[in-house]
Design a protein around this ligand. Structure first.
Ligand SMILES: [Zn+2]
Length: 624
């Protein structure tokens, strides 16, 4: 019963008034870093990461701050600051607490990898929380009991977990990665924060690396705070400044030469000064304090020597700079700044006009091995784009045509037939045909589109009806759904079908790629078909963010008022048609197979799954 007595004493100790020490003082006195969870095991020293002192102290019972927002880069110690706060609560200021991770799986990992060692390596915590797995210990994977309080761990993907109990403390970790909505009950952070409303002495800690601009929780919270920045003195002129990425300078291709240029005196500061500068640093608010929320922003430039060097950051940057997804990761996790999606969508028509290449309309440049078509159906015209493709989805606009007239009349469709069945000479003399076409059936002329594609199917052509998906995040092209029924109500084998197109997904890709400036994988080439009017249509849409009633951002593409946008729609459909072909080839060898075919060599092996094979024999392969 020795154990039971120890807990009783500890329980009574938990009822004492809370001592006036701060979280950083507590950590310096009690916290031990384990060799399992830390690269620098041993006693915690706040002096190693001086910028953590003030945020931690705002979490102390003696501070009047209620909400602490940390928009921090990776590898700056923000998770350790959170762990110190947990230890402080268990030891000094016990109460009910909810710790939220993006998912239940991550909550499990936090429990196993960090909490277990935080508790077992820190003597004053070990005495207060029973070892896991001992029966009735109150210590499980998702909950830790201690005298005077309890900590519950959960994932932002679990509404049940977020509703669990009223809590005085809330630790929302990596909150920018939470889903927008959990189980139809709304924003998980709002749900969690609602748990704290009954406690006058509540504390909320929100931490995260940021994500996409205007859609990022931690950025929104930081912007609502007093926006503190960590100011450091220049060793040469002593002027205080916060570290910004553009001030980092290095010799071409020599990341190890990185130095920080003082924005006041221009002195190049070596990283060896960083320790001293950090020790003399101070947080300064750059916006008014609302009496509740303190916000802190910190980039990886502040990482202590031995964690992440300026040279390493330059190296990461050089590796990422030509590649949008990598650059986004660099900006989010190293600079702790949001990624501006507009840089992905803001493409202007003039810039595209400048890069038009001298090939003629209808002429196919030599790297192209296959052509797809996208057709947009308007009430008084059809718009058709032909795109040529090569390895890595490098592509060429072959032609863009408008066929004016009434889509309910057959002449219009006969003209389309001529374009889609046409032969297109390649610069080396070989001739290519359209291998797949996607035709918009979402407007007023659905039945005409079905009728045209039904006929095409009987001719063995892969010209299909498509419809833009109304929701976001759909795959480029969905499953085939048959729309023609026979008299018995069964679907007809050679009847019409329609495919759902992930319009937003494809626009993200196309607008992202339009920013590429160097020919290569993903680059879009334009020849003489690229006119002023064409580029205005191609760039007529823009991704904008609107806020839902619950206050959550939601982004979607919108068209400029009165602008025509068929060029972007036909580009989307032509790319959807390419994805349709991907289903009929081995993705690993498609480009070599097609190149051989286009050069008139005998194909080695074409994998056309029999269930997808249109009958009669697929002339789209043989006549091409
Ligand atoms: Zn200076």
């Amino acid at each position: 019963m020795v154990e039971a007595t120890a807990y009783r004493e500890a329980f009574l100790a938990g009822l004492r008034p809370e001592p006036q020490i701060t979280v950083s003082q507590w950590a310096d006195e009690h916290r031990m870093l384990s060799s399992k969870a830390s690269a620098e095991p041993g006693p915690w020293r706040t002096s190693r990461t001086p910028y953590l002192r003030e945020p931690m102290d705002c979490l102390s019972s003696s501070s009047r701050v209620q909400r602490v927002v940390l928009m921090f880069a990776a590898q700056t110690g923000k998770t350790e600051a959170g762990s110190n706060w947990l230890g402080y609560i268990i030891h000094n200021a016990p109460g009910p607490m909810l710790a939220v991770q993006p998912t239940l799986e991550m909550a499990k990992r936090l429990s196993k990898q960090r909490l277990e060692s935080l508790i077992s390596e820190t003597p004053v915590l070990r005495d207060r929380v029973a070892p896991a797995r001992s029966r009735d210990s109150g210590n499980t994977m998702f909950s830790k009991e201690f005298p005077g309080g309890m900590m519950v761990l959960t994932g932002a993907n679990s509404a049940t977990g977020l509703r669990s109990m009223p809590c005085r403390y809330l630790f929302a970790d990596e909150c920018s990665s939470y889903p927008q909505d959990v189980d139809g009950e709304g924003d998980p952070l709002t749900l969690a924060e609602r748990r704290t409303t009954t406690f006058a002495r509540r504390k909320v800690l929100l931490t995260s690396t940021p994500t996409v601009r205007d859609q990022c929780r931690i950025e929104a919270e930081y912007l609502r705070s007093d926006q503190r920045r960590f100011f450091l003195p220049c060793p040469a002129c002593q002027a205080m400044q916060w570290l910004r990425w553009p001030q980092l300078k290095w010799e071409v291709d020599q990341p190890e030469t990185a130095q920080y240029e003082c924005e006041h005196c221009g002195e190049r500061i070596s990283e060896l000064h960083k320790g001293k500068m950090l020790a003399a640093g101070e947080w300064r608010a750059t916006a008014p304090f609302d009496g509740r929320t303190a916000g802190f922003h910190l980039s990886g430039l502040y990482s202590p020597l031995g964690w992440l060097s300026w040279g390493q950051m330059v190296e990461d940057f050089l590796r990422a700079k030509g590649d949008a997804p990598l650059l986004k990761t660099f900006i989010n996790t190293r600079l702790a700044e949001t990624w501006d999606e507009d840089t992905g969508t803001k493409v202007d028509a003039d810039a595209l006009l400048d890069r038009v290449e001298p090939y003629e309309r209808g002429q196919v440049p030599e790297p192209v091995v296959l052509i797809t078509a996208g057709v947009d159906v308007q009430d008084n015209r059809l718009a058709v784009s032909l795109w040529g493709w090569a390895a890595g989805e490098e592509c060429w606009l072959i032609d863009h045509t408008e066929i004016w007239g009434d889509p309910t009349r057959t002449e219009l469709w006969q003209q389309l037939q001529v374009i889609l069945a046409g032969e297109y000479p390649r610069t080396d003399g070989k001739v290519l045909q359209v291998m797949a076409a996607a035709i918009d059936s979402g407007g007023h002329n659905t039945s005409e589109v079905y009728s045209f594609t039904r006929d095409a199917k009987r001719q063995g052509r892969l010209w299909v009806a498509v419809k833009g998906a109304s929701t976001k995040g759909k795959p480029p092209i969905g499953r085939e759904s048959k729309v023609d029924l026979n008299l018995k109500g069964a679907t007809m084998k050679l009847g019409a079908s329609v495919y759902l197109v992930g319009t937003d997904t494809l626009k993200d890709t196309i607008y992202g790629r339009l920013k590429h400036n160097e020919p290569g994988p993903g680059y879009q080439h334009f020849g003489k078909a690229g006119t002023v009017e064409y580029f205005q249509q191609l760039t007529a849409e823009r991704k904008v963010t609107r806020f839902t009633r619950a206050g959550m951002p939601n982004s979607e593409y919108v068209k400029k008022a009165n602008a025509r946008n068929e060029a972007i729609d036909t580009a989307v459909y032509a790319m959807a048609a390419l994805h349709l072909l991907y289903r009929r080839f081995d993705r690993r060898t498609i480009w070599t197979q097609l190149a051989a075919k286009a050069n008139g060599e005998k194909p080695k092996r074409l994998s056309v799954p029999s269930r997808d094979r249109p009958a009669p024999a697929p002339s789209f392969l043989s006549n091409w």
